[in-house]
Design a protein around this ligand. Structure first.
Ligand code: FES
Ligand code: FE2
Length: 424
């Protein structure tokens, strides 16, 4: 039986083995993480030549570096000699990286520049040109967001993002100077399958009033966020956008900002950059396939790194407008940490769900029963105003788009077949 027999997206049925099976997981590393554009870092984290930051693509450690000439590159963070991690710091500045095992040294452009005993032990016969760090095949940025893919055949980043770029601009291009990361990175482990987080952020409004019932009552407001909406009730103007390629975002249009608030003050600038309709979109959560998610109201971006079929490692950052005043940045950071962070009162409720779903799915009998993704099946529509294939705000439209893409990639279809939309 093929992996794609385990799900029938058109009928809204997804097999539970997708969330616990080791073989499926290994196939995901090969067919999804080694092929797709994955989020690595933000340019604001490495502004100067020599700046570097650690990242991952799937389970492969990656070093993202701005080399001495200012060019951004990314390399497998593993020594070509015996595989030691070449850089063990989260971030910093370095002209070169010296492996702590036997001392091979690589320039910040990935080239092997030093080998202890090159003369005495290797008799100058080692071909240094051949043994530089393994480069990530393609590295590119979208308005400061750096992505990389190990697949040289993958389409250009802009094509891969498609209409998702229109919605990402609400984060990264609403003010002159774009966005920047403030503070460091929060990392934590959740004993749950990575897809449960990606699919929650891609389009799950349904859970909000139940899962987050208690935290909603006490959650502080974010100056960049929408006054507390009532997600879970389908306001006809709210929608989810499935933009294809597995990406999606949840949206509340016609946002009204409290007078005197930061958003009210920057609205004219946002309108001139994004147009009036997009400037008033409150983009709730969204996911760029496979595992990069955004949360507009709390100014968070994060990656759900896979760590086995039933474990994920979350890396989360606070993102703000570069041009925002310092007090707005700081309030945003604090309020983000109070709600969406390892200590956040909203965050932990999600992690609890994902870990319990994964644990209960391990049951021998339980795994024989599919999950249900049938909400609002057939109620999608196109729009003249906003790009994508839109569904009601409370629906499982985007989740179905996510798993449709998952199935296409897992069936081994090449990028040409994917771009032509040829049947599976
Ligand atoms: S493993 Fe890096 S120098 Fe030997
Ligand atoms: Fe949630």
């Amino acid at each position: 039986m093929s992996v794609t027999d385990l799900l029938d997206v058109d009928k809204g049925k997804i097999g539970r083995n997708l969330f616990i099976d080791r073989e499926i997981y290994e196939q995901e590393l090969e067919n999804i993480f080694a092929r797709c554009w994955c989020y690595l870092a933000h340019e604001s984290q490495i502004p100067n030549p020599g700046d570097f930051v650690s990242a991952y693509i799937g389970e492969d450690p990656v070093l993202v570096v701005r080399d001495s000439r200012g060019k951004i590159g990314a390399f497998l963070n593993t020594c070509r000699h015996r595989g030691m991690r070449v850089c063990r710091a989260d971030q910093g500045n370095a002209a070169a990286f010296t492996c702590t095992y036997h001392g091979w040294t690589y320039g910040n452009d990935g080239k092997l520049v030093g080998v202890p005993g090159y003369k005495e032990y290797y008799y100058e016969e080692l071909d240094m040109e051949q043994w530089g760090l393994v480069p990530v095949a393609q590295v590119d940025s979208y308005k400061g967001l750096i992505f990389g893919t190990f697949d040289p055949q993958a389409p250009p980043l802009l094509e891969y993002l498609g209409d998702m770029a229109y919605y990402l601009d609400i984060f990264v291009d609403r003010r002159d100077g774009g966005a920047e990361i403030i503070g460091g990175v929060h990392k934590w482990i959740i004993p749950g399958n990575w897809k449960l987080a990606s699919e929650n952020f891609v389009g799950d409004s349904y859970h909000f009033p139940i899962t987050h019932a208690s935290s909603t009552k006490v959650r502080p407001r974010t100056p960049g966020g929408r006054p507390q909406a009532q997600p879970g009730q389908n306001d006809p103007k709210d929608f989810v956008a499935n933009v294809g390629n597995g990406h999606g975002m949840m949206m509340n249009p016609g946002r009204e900002d409290p007078p005197g608030s930061y958003l009210a003050e920057i609205l004219p600038e946002m309108e001139s950059r994004l147009g009036p309709a997009r400037a008033r979109l409150a983009a709730s959560a969204g996911t760029v396939f496979p595992n990069f998610s955004t949360l507009w109201g709390t100014s968070t971006i994060r990656v759900w790194h896979p760590r086995g079929p039933d474990k994920m490692e979350v890396w989360s950052w606070v993102i703000v407008d570069k041009a925002a005043p310092p007090e707005v940045k700081d309030t945003t950071r604090v309020q983000c940490l109070q709600s969406f962070s390892p200590s956040g009162i909203t965050e932990e409720a999600d992690g609890e769900n994902w870990s319990q779903v994964t644990a209960s799915t391990h049951g021998h009998v339980a795994r024989g029963y599919t999950f249900n993704y049938q909400m609002s099946l057939g109620h999608e529509k196109s729009s003249e105003e906003f790009p994508g294939w839109l569904g009601p705000r409370v629906s499982e439209h985007n989740q179905r788009g996510f798993y449709r893409r998952w199935a296409e990639l897992m069936s081994g279809r090449n990028w040409f077949e994917l771009s032509k939309g040829l049947p599976t």
